[in-house]
Design a protein. Structure first.
Lengths: 345, 267
C-alpha cells in the first residue's frame, strides 16, 4: 500500500508533503506543550516495537499464506493521536530510506495515507466514541475492527486518488478502486482482529501499562476534537486549493513551473489529462468518471496529425541510439572512477 | 522469517556502508539531502511519455555509487526486492493505452509501453538515489541534517530513538520467533492468536525496556533533546559539489542529451 515515487507527479507529491509536514508541526507543537520527557523514549521504543511486530509472520486463516501487521492503529490507541502520528511518520521514514518502500517524495503521501486516517479520523471518531463509556473486551474488539477498516479503506482510497491525480498510470478510477479497496478490506479485517486482540491482551496481562501510557501527558483529556477537525478541514481546503490552482493554470503545476524556469518550450506528451478532468470535476462535481480519457484522445489526435514530436521514425531511432550511448558512457564513467580509485589505493 | 532475517541484516549492511570514508561520505549531510531531493523532484517532474531525457540522469547515482565505493550488486538486489507496487500499477499502462506512438524501423511501440518504461526508469532513479543517500550519509547524519533544516526536534529525536532500538528489538524478536518455530509443527501454532500473545509479550518487555532506558537517560541528564558531538559546517568543497550537481541536473533537464548524441551519430 506504499505509494511510490515513480507514480507521482511533483504537484501531488509536494502537496502531500506540505500537508504531512504541517500535521507533523502541529503534533510536535502539541506534544511539546503537554508531554513529559518520559513519552520520548516510549514513542521511540514503541515505533521500534511496530517494526519488530512486522517481523513476526503469522498464517492468514483460509489462505495458507502468511502476512504481517501494519500497526498504525495500535500506535494510535497506545500513544494517542499526536504522539502516534510522529511515531508512524518515523517508521515510514525508516521504511522509505532503508527498505526503499515507496521513495522520498512519496513519503509525504505515505505519511498522510497511513498516519492521518488512523490517528485523526479513525481513532477520535470511531475508537474513542465506542470505547468512551466502558472498555469491555468486546467493545474494544469492535472498535478496533471498525477503525482499522475505516483507516485502511481511506488510506487505500487516497493511494488511488494520488495515483490518478498524478496522471502517470493509465488505470481508470473505477477499476483501480475496485482493485485496491477489496484487497485492503480483507487486510483490514485481519489487522483489526489483531489490533483488538492485542489491546485486550495487554489490558488483561498488564493493565498498569495502560495507566502509564494513558497517564503520560494526559493526552486523552486535553484532546480537542474541534481543533483537529478544524485544522484537518483547513488543510484539506488549502491542499485542494493549491492543487487545483496548480492544475488549472497548467497541466501539472510544478512541472509547468519547472518548464517556465528552465525554459523548455516543447514538451512531448504533456497532456496528462489532469486539466480537462479537473475542469470536469469543477463543472459536474462528479468524481472522475473515466479519468485520463481526454489526455489519451489529445495524444491520439496529436499522433495522427504528426505534430507528435517523435513520431517520425528517424527521430525515435536517434533517441534510442542516443539513450543506449548515454547508458554506455555513464557505465564507462563509473568504471573509470572505480579503477582510478583502486589504482590510487 | 528468512526474508525478514535478510532484510534486517540488509539494514545492518547499509549502516556499515555508511561508515566508509570516501569523498562522497565526507560531503555535508545537508548538501547530500538537498541535492538528492532536487534530483528526485526533477526526475519525477518528467512527463508521462518521457524516457530519453531521463537516461542521462543515471549519471548521478552511478557517480555516487562509484565514488562512494558502494557495491553495485547490493543496490541492484535492493531495487529488485523492493515492493513492486509501482511496477504492478504501471503494467496496466501497456494494456490500456495501445495507441502507437513511436516507430523504430517499422516496429510500432504503443504509448502504454513508453509510459511504462518511463515509470520503471523513474522508479530506478528515485529508489537508487534514496538508497545511496543512506549508504553514503548514515542515518544519524541524515537526522542531524533534518534538524539543521528546521524539522521539528521531537521528530528528529524520535527517528534517532527508533533507529537505535530497531536493532535491539529486532534481535529480541528474532529470538522469540525462533522459539515459536521450534515449538510449532507445520502451520499449527503460527496463527493470529499466537501472534497476538507473542506481540503482547514483546510489548510488555518493550515498555519495561523503555522505562529502564528512561531512568538511565534521566540519570545522565536527559532533558528531551539529543545533542550531537559532531558539528557540521558546509565547507568550500560541499558548496562546489552542490553547485556542480544542480547545474548538471538543470542542463540535463533542459537538453535532450541522448537525442542530440543520436542525431550526431546518424548524420
Amino acid at each position: 500500500m506504499h505509494m511510490a515515487d515513480a507514480l507521482l507527479s511533483p504537484a501531488v507529491g509536494t502537496t502531500f508533503w506540505a500537508g504531512s509536514l504541517g500535521i507533523i508541526a502541529y503534533c510536535s507543537k502539541r506534544l511539546k506543550n503537554d508531554i513529559n520527557e518520559k513519552m520520548v523514549p516510549l514513542m521511540g521504543v514503541l515505533a521500534a516495537f511496530i517494526f519488530a511486530g512486522q517481523m513476526i509472520n503469522f498464517t492468514i486463516p483460509g489462505t495458507g499464506s502468511s502476512g504481517h501487521i501494519g500497526g498504525g492503529m495500535i500506535l494510535a490507541i497506545l500513544l494517542g493521536p499526536s504522539a502516534a502520528f510522529i511515531a508512524i511518520a518515523s517508521v515510514l521514514a525508516i521504511q522509505s530510506l532503508f527498505f526503499a518502500d515507496g521513495g522520498i517524495l512519496a513519503l509525504g503521501c505515505n505519511i498522510w495515507n497511513m498516519g492521518v486516517y488512523p490517528c485523526f479520523v479513525a481513532y477520535p471518531l470511531i475508537y474513542r466514541t465506542i470505547t468512551r463509556r466502558d472498555k469491555t473486551p468486546g467493545r474494544i474488539m469492535i472498535a478496533s475492527m471498525l477503525s482499522v477498516i475505516v483507516a485502511l479503506g481511506l488510506g487505500s482510497f487516497s493511494v488511488v486518488l494520488q495515483t490518478l491525480l498524478s496522471g502517470r498510470s493509465e488505470l481508470p478510477f473505477a477499476a483501480f478502486a475496485a482493485l485496491m479497496l477489496p484487497i485492503h478490506l480483507a487486510i483490514a479485517v485481519g489487522e483489526g482482529f489483531i489490533t483488538g486482540g492485542f489491546v485486550n491482551y495487554v489490558r488483561s496481562v498488564r493493565p498498569e501499562i495502560f495507566d502509564i501510557v494513558e497517564g503520560t501527558g494526559k493526552l486523552r483529556e486535553s484532546f480537542s476534537m474541534k481543533k483537529v477537525l478544524i485544522s484537518i478541514s483547513l488543510l484539506v481546503i488549502i491542499t485542494g486549493g493549491i492543487l487545483s490552482w496548480f492544475a488549472s493554470t497548467h497541466p501539472d503545476g510544478l512541472e509547468w513551473s519547472i518548464e517556465k524556469i528552465y525554459g523548455t518550450a516543447e514538451l512531448p506528451g504533456h497532456e496528462n489529462g489532469i486539466v480537462p478532468k479537473l475542469k470536469d470535476i469543477q463543472e459536474k462535481t462528479t468524481i472522475l468518471p473515466d479519468y485520463d480519457f481526454a489526455g489519451k484522445e489529445n495524444r491520439e489526435t496529436a499522433g495522427t496529425e504528426k505534430s507528435w514530436p517523435a513520431v517520425n521514425a528517424g527521430a525515435s531511432v536517434s533517441g534510442l541510439l542516443g539513450s543506449v550511448m548515454v547508458i554506455g558512457l555513464i557505465s564507462i564513467f563509473g568504471f573509470v572512477i572505480r579503477i582510478f580509485k583502486r589504482i590510487r589505493n | 522469517m528468512l526474508t525478514f532475517d535478510k532484510e534486517y541484516f540488509n539494514i545492518g549492511y547499509l549502516d556499515t556502508l555508511s561508515y566508509k570514508d570516501t569523498f562522497m561520505h565526507r560531503i555535508d549531510p545537508r548538501i547530500k539531502l538537498l541535492t538528492s531531493l532536487a534530483f528526485i523532484l526533477l526526475v519525477i517532474s518528467f512527463p508521462k511519455y518521457e524516457i530519453s531525457k531521463m537516461i542521462p540522469f543515471l549519471v548521478f547515482p552511478v557517480v555516487i555509487l562509484s565514488i562512494g565505493d558502494i557495491p553495485l550488486i547490493f543496490i541492484l538486489k535492493k531495487l529488485l526486492i523492493v515492493s513492486p507496487f509501482a511496477l504492478f500499477v504501471g503494467i496496466f499502462n501497456p494494456i490500456l493505452d495501445t495507441a502507437p506512438m513511436y516507430s523504430i524501423y517499422g516496429v510500432g511501440i504503443s504509448g502504454g509501453w513508453v509510459s511504462y518504461f518511463s515509470i520503471i526508469m523513474k522508479f530506478i532513479l528515485t529508489i537508487s538515489t534514496a538508497l545511496l543517500l543512506i549508504a553514503t550519509t548514515s542515518f544519524p547524519g541524515i537526522c542531524i541534517a533534518l534538524e539543521k533544516l528546521f524539522v521539528p526536534k521531537i521528530l528528529v529525536v524520535q527517528l534517532l530513538f527508533l533507529y537505535r532500538y530497531l536493532f535491539v528489538l529486532a534481535e529480541e524478536t528474532m529470538r522469540i520467533v525462533r522459539a515459536r518455530n521450534m515449538r510449532t509443527f507445520g502451520r499449527k501454532g503460527q496463527g493470529m492468536r499466537v501472534f497476538i500473545q507473542i506481540a503482547g509479550t514483546l510489548f510488555v518487555r518493550t515498555v519495561e525496556r523503555s522505562e529502564r532506558i528512561y531512568h538511565a537517560m534521566c540519570s545522565r541528564g536527559f532533558d528531551g533533546r539529543i545533542r550531537m558531538m559532531k558539528n557540521f559546517k558546509p565547507g568550500f568543497i560541499d558548496i562546489i559539489f552542490a553547485v556542480v550537481t544542480i547545474t548538471v541536473f538543470v542542463i540535463l533537464r533542459k537538453y535532450d542529451i541522448a537525442k542530440i548524441l543520436g542525431d550526431l551519430i546518424l548524420q
